[in-house]
Design a protein around this ligand. Structure first.
Ligand SMILES: Nc1ncnc2c1ncn2[C@@H]1O[C@H](COP(=O)(O)OP(=O)(O)O)[C@@H](O)[C@H]1O
Ligand SMILES: [Mg+2]
Length: 285
């Protein structure tokens, strides 16, 4: 199998998702391939960077290259979507960036730290303090109330009880479900459960939020509310958010769309041109 070299993408600056030659932060030139939300852009040194990032799964003798030399660069305070068809490597990339998975090869720098070679316990500790995850399956514990689901996160990072209470309520209020604190997930709508998952992801004051298809199971009205909520959180908390999604609605809300195809970042034009190509054909390139 032949592997291509990765393109470079940066979420910072208008030409960013064009990939090639776009690794300058705050670049003012170039047309954005997707609509950009109206809010002010934040430009700064990158807080997430990958360099020739590979993740090859091995199943017996079979090698499955889920990421093939991804180069990307994301600045502080950006709200980015990561699009790509199923199997293109979105989840793998999020997991690698958040320290849930380890790359086979390449570099990952998050907040200036090279995390690619860290061991499990170091990654776990780091992740709990720096990263907020929102999964499509939400991962809420059904026996716990909304309050307890969020508070559990804070117990895990060792926050004092009095501070835990304050922070838990703060986060539930922030996502508009303070009144539902005592309810369990099954007593809530899909949108409300999603808000609990968001509150939990925010609880540890993460600087980076990674979301894996967070609107995948929501109706379009609730999905829009969620995308708007993320936008507000990114602006107000000055966090950075990368969200894997299939949702066409996201273009209206995010600053930038990164396109992933067969384990690599491609330009919007390449991405759209290849939409008709069968995955097996695309994989041969
Ligand atoms: N744990 C795993 N073991 C083997 N192959 C995997 C594993 N996870 C993902 N893959 C493969 O890696 C590729 C990328 O998967 P994934 O990152 O889940 O893509 P996406 O999230 O875009 O659907 C796919 O070919 C998938 O089958
Ligand atoms: Mg996925």
């Amino acid at each position: 199998m032949t592997f291509r070299n990765g393109n470079t993408a940066t979420g910072n600056g208008a030409g960013a998702a064009n990939g090639h030659n776009a690794n300058t932060h705050g670049a003012a030139s170039g047309a954005s391939p997707t609509p950009v939300a109206g809010a002010a852009r934040v430009t700064s040194a990158p807080i997430v960077e990958t360099e020739d990032l590979w993740r090859i799964y091995r199943l017996g003798d079979l090698e499955i290259p889920a990421l093939r030399g991804v180069n990307l660069s994301i600045g502080q305070g950006e709200y980015l979507a990561l699009k790509g068809r199923s199997g293109s490597g979105k989840t793998t990339l999020l997991n690698c960036l958040g320290g849930l998975d380890k790359p086979t090869k390449g570099h990952i720098r998050v907040f200036g730290e090279e995390i690619a070679n860290w061991n499990e316990s170091k990654l776990t500790k780091w992740r709990r303090h720096q990263v907020g995850f929102i999964f499509q399956s939400l991962g809420l514990l059904p026996a716990l109330s909304a309050y307890e689901n969020v508070e559990l996160m804070l117990r895990m990072i060792g926050m004092r009880p009095a501070d835990r209470h304050k922070r838990t309520m703060e986060c539930l209020e922030m996502v508009g479900i303070g009144k539902w604190a005592d309810h369990r997930p099954y007593e809530m709508s899909g949108g409300q459960q999603q808000r609990v998952a968001v509150a939990r992801a925010l609880a540890n004051h993460p600087r980076l939020i990674l979301a894996d298809e967070p609107t995948g199971e929501l109706d379009s009205k609730t999905g829009r509310e969620m995308l708007k909520l993320f936008q507000t959180i990114v602006r107000e908390q000055n966090v950075t958010m990368l969200m894997a999604t299939h949702d066409s609605l996201v273009d209206e809300y995010v600053d930038q769309v990164l396109h992933l195809r067969d384990g690599n970042i491609v330009t919007a034009a390449e991405f759209n041109a290849e939409l008709d190509v069968e995955p097996a054909e695309a994989a041969k390139q």
